[in-house]
Design a protein around this ligand. Structure first.
Ligand code: GAR
Length: 199
């Protein structure tokens, strides 16, 4: 199955996916990496890995979020992408994209959803003083950081944790969880609970 990764930043999750493909731990084909940020290091990682289609789309070139997402859908169709993997893609998806790929977009979030939605989940968890946070992988619906949960892992918040130390532990958990979930989605061997655990 042909899948795409969308990333806006460093792309450490993209790297974990690329490495898992190289090791045969993900059986599928990474047909497209797309970013909305010209300077995203994820784009460099994709080029270095020899991904065939590496695309930067500048949101400023589009009149609206819908217009941007319509262009994205066109690229996905052109490249015959069957699954979209969001890996630190920091844009809200509009219905035009979510509906075109209903049930075929997954996201990773650095918290135990529904706790700590948004762009600063690790910082927010630390500030809230919780003893445990974690990582969620979920199907994407029309709400932000919302949709049926596929998998979650807990990460303890340790005494003396800083944003950097906690983020590093969360990233390490992401890099194990996401390739495994992606492979299971691609193989169709997922056991997804029917209820929306993020609601
Ligand atoms: C990851 O921690 C991911 O969970 C988070 O962005 C980071 C991207 O890191 N996503 C969100 O916060 C989505 N709401 P990376 O660029 O190194 O893969």
């Amino acid at each position: 199955m042909n899948f795409a990764v969308f990333a806006s930043g460093n792309g450490s999750n993209l790297q974990a996916i690329i490495d898992a493909l190289g090791q045969g731990a993900i059986k599928g084909s990474l047909g497209l990496v797309l970013s909305d940020k010209a300077d995203a290091y994820a784009l460099t990682r994709a080029r270095q890995a020899g991904v065939e289609h590496v695309v930067f789309l500048d949101p400023r070139d589009f009149a609206s979020r819908t217009a941007f997402d319509a262009a994205v859908v066109e690229i996905l169709k052109e490249r015959q992408i069957e699954l979209v993997v969001l890996a630190g893609f920091m844009r809200i998806l509009s219905p035009v994209l979510v509906r075109a790929y209903a049930g075929r977009i997954i996201n990773i979030h650095p918290a135990l959803l529904p706790a700590f939605k948004g762009a600063h989940a690790v910082r927010d968890a630390l500030a809230a003083g919780v003893a445990t946070t974690g990582v969620t992988v979920h199907f994407v619906d029309e709400e932000v950081d919302h949709g049926p949960v596929i998998a979650q892992v807990s990460v303890p918040v340790l005494e003396g944790d800083t944003l950097a130390s906690l983020a590093a532990r969360i990233h390490a958990a992401e890099h194990v969880l996401y390739p495994d979930v992606i492979n299971r989605v691609l193989q169709g061997t997922l056991d997804v609970p029917a209820q929306d655990a993020c609601a």
